[in-house]
Design a protein around this ligand. Structure first.
Ligand code: SAH
Ligand code: SF4
Ligand code: F3S
Length: 447
């Protein structure tokens, strides 16, 4: 039996969505509570956690090249770092990882990472362990309290997905939809604010499917949770992501008009503008229904910025169907968007559908779609010039006296002056670029 000295330093590398980033932070807190310190910037760590994403093939294959790189860097330094693979690739391909990558000692799924300490103890005895159990939400009860964090924090309120879009692995890697209890969430939000958060982004694979019972025993949805969190003194901004069109409620739309701390931003993926493709994707909404939802959000909050996700080249997508997507983009006028080439994922129904689209056609469609989305993003930024708004200071810029923050519409904003991270600064937006805006400070709002 090989006895390895316990790791003194760790590094968590998170890929994929914001929920993975949140999980990565929580794993870091768990390891810190074990007396393992974050590895200093630029130094190799004794323990590396690869917190992986399975959503597209490219993201998924990355894990093997990363493992190779860690092993090589360790060999050059004459040491053997412990490697843990976490996240959605761990959940989907745990056994394959163990077989293909002998350097990996721990494989841990997104619902099991609270077991990392026990797995580490076994790794010290030379045992390799896999834990991809999916106990309902148990992990949150066994994680240490939140530590000091930046001004903008994530809070996972809902996990998993019951929608089973035919292209997507998330229902398999993250399991069924589960809502965390109201009291746990208000308590965690309070701790985040005490630890320095001014903005909280509520996270869920389908965040607007969240439901719970508030402290007065009333059944509430995401809008009720948002209204309760808005009462927290010290918390200035609330955001949420990602929402699904089928779970949008009247209450959520109304909250955008009524809750001042709820930022005027909506990430509502649609994936395609063609009703036939949407049906084949099992999206449970049409393009028209999606557009009417947006009209209602805009009626409640006229300045709301809209964001979305698109997939081009879903099996069977014709030129005409792709044109429907471009037409929908024109009709919406997105402030920002994510767009992807369809990637067949093992075990999903779409992977074996007829009419897989050739890579060159996907490339061309993605280019055309992204040109349209970039055009609209630039137009949205240009139309923001002249607006006065509060910016949450997130970090220093490269030049002395320069700061970077976020506008209410989630735009990156540059400005100068004497500020501190976490300040809310009143600015005039004066100049727009494709990805950010320059601003002039109006006055300092008491922090
Ligand atoms: N729950 C969210 C996000 C899911 S993953 C939602 O339903 O919107 C984020 C995005 O990745 C999706 O919105 C989709 O645009 C994209 N995606 C998911 N599976 C994909 C696949 N197989 N190929 C390409 N893009 C995919
Ligand atoms: Fe995937 Fe669809 Fe669920 Fe989003 S709603 S996570 S795209 S299955
Ligand atoms: Fe990726 Fe898993 Fe998130 S597959 S996008 S890390 S839920």
């Amino acid at each position: 039996m090989r006895i390895t000295p316990p790791p003194r330093t760790f590094r968590v590398k998170s890929f994929g969505c914001q929920m993975n980033v949140y999980d990565g932070e929580r794993m870091g807190e768990l390891l810190s509570a074990q007396g393992i310190a974050p590895a200093p910037e630029g130094e190799d760590a004794d323990l590396v956690v690869l917190n992986t994403c399975h959503i597209r093939e490219k993201a998924s294959e990355k894990v093997y090249s990363d493992i190779g790189r860690i092993v090589k860097s360790g060999e050059q330094a004459g040491r053997k770092p412990l490697i843990a693979v976490a996240g959605c690739v761990a959940q989907a391909e745990g056994e394959e990882i163990m077989a293909r990558a002998p350097a990996v000692s721990m494989v841990v799924g997104p619902q099991a990472y609270h077991h990392l300490p026990e797995m580490l103890a076994k790794a010290a005895r030379g045992e390799r362990t896999t834990d991809t159990d999916m106990p309902a939400i148990a992990k949150f009860d066994s994680l240490p309290a939140r530590r000091r964090i930046g001004p903008s924090a994530f809070l996972t309120v809902q996990e998993g997905c019951d929608k089973f879009c035919t292209y997507c692995v998330v229902p398999y890697t993250r399991g069924a939809e589960i809502s965390r209890p109201f009291n746990d969430l208000t308590a965690e939000a309070e701790r985040l604010v005490e630890a320095g958060a001014r903005e909280i982004t509520l996270l869920g694979q389908n965040v607007n499917a969240w439901s719970g019972t508030d402290d007065k025993g009333r059944a509430i949805g995401l809008d009720g949770l948002i209204r309760a969190l808005a009462e927290l003194p010290g918390l200035a901004r609330i955001r949420y992501t990602t929402s699904h069109p089928s779970d949008v409620t009247d209450g959520l739309i109304a909250a955008h008009g009524e809750v001042e701390k709820l930022m005027p931003f909506l990430h509502l993926p649609v994936q395609s503008g063609s009703d036939r493709v949407l049906k084949a994707m099992n999206r449970s909404h049409t393009a028209g229904e999606y557009l009417r939802l947006l009209d209602r959000f805009r009626a409640a909050r006229p300045d709301i910025a809209i964001s979305g996700d698109f997939i081009v080249g879903f099996p069977g997508e014709t030129d005409a169907e792709f044109e429907d997507t471009l037409r929908l983009v024109d009709a919406v006028g997105y402030a920002q968007c994510f767009s992807f080439k369809y990637s067949p994922r093992p075990g999903t129904p779409a992977a074996t559908m007829e009419g897989q689209v050739a890579p060159e056609i996907m490339d061309e469609r993605l280019q055309r779609l992204q040109a349209a989305l970039n055009r609209d993003q630039a137009a949205f930024n240009a139309a923001s010039v002249g607006r006065r708004c509060a910016v949450l200071v997130e970090r220093k810029g490269k030049k002395a006296g320069q700061w970077l923050g976020k506008s209410p519409w989630l735009q990156s904003v540059w400005f100068e002056g004497d500020h501190a991270i976490g300040d809310l600064v009143e600015v005039d937006l004066v100049e727009a670029g494709p990805n950010s805006l320059a601003a002039r400070v109006v006055e300092r709002v008491a922090a």
